[in-house]
Ligand binder design. Sequence first.
Ligand code: GLN
Length: 195
Amino acid sequence: MMTTIGVLALQGDFREHIEMLKKCKVNTAEIRLPEDLKDIDGLIIPGGESTVMGNLMQRHNLGREIIKKHKSGMAVYGTCAGAILLAKDILGSRQPRLNLLDISIKRNDYGRQIDSFESELKIEGIGNFSGIFIRAPVIEKVNKGVKVLSRLNSKPVLVQKENVLASTFHPELTRDKRVHEYFVRLVRKKFMIGV
Ligand code: GLN
């Protein structure tokens, strides 16, 4: 069976994720309504503005459905604003979130003067990777069971718990598909365990 990965397409850089997934040779779907979730095996939540995306998600009744679908095995990957939306704890904010990953995250915390930057990362299981950070949040704390796959200046930038993956950088803005391929493997492994 062909793997289908959806990208939340309410706001943000969802098109770039779709392009990247096509290069990984999986089916793709733009997710805007709860019924769009029906046939997908994995979901990417893109970068953008987490408050806007969170509010739209609530308005469209998507949050609850995403959580339900995740509980029945759907893998989820959030980049930047997407990582914020996956977090349990968003420091200093009460904005809507999915609460699927036990981390504490602080929005826009690399400082205003360095709005965006690129930095060479070392990712466990992948190797060197060029990290693009745009008004990026900082993961301040990871709690039990959350694995850190990459750090920058001692702060986690790519973390995983089971089939939930979150990065504070944007692999979809590079030409390097290895992080997306890693996620595709996560999506498939889940389904292999279930057979
Ligand atoms: N600063 C944004 C937020 O807090 C995230 C930025 C991004 O996704 N590139 O939602």
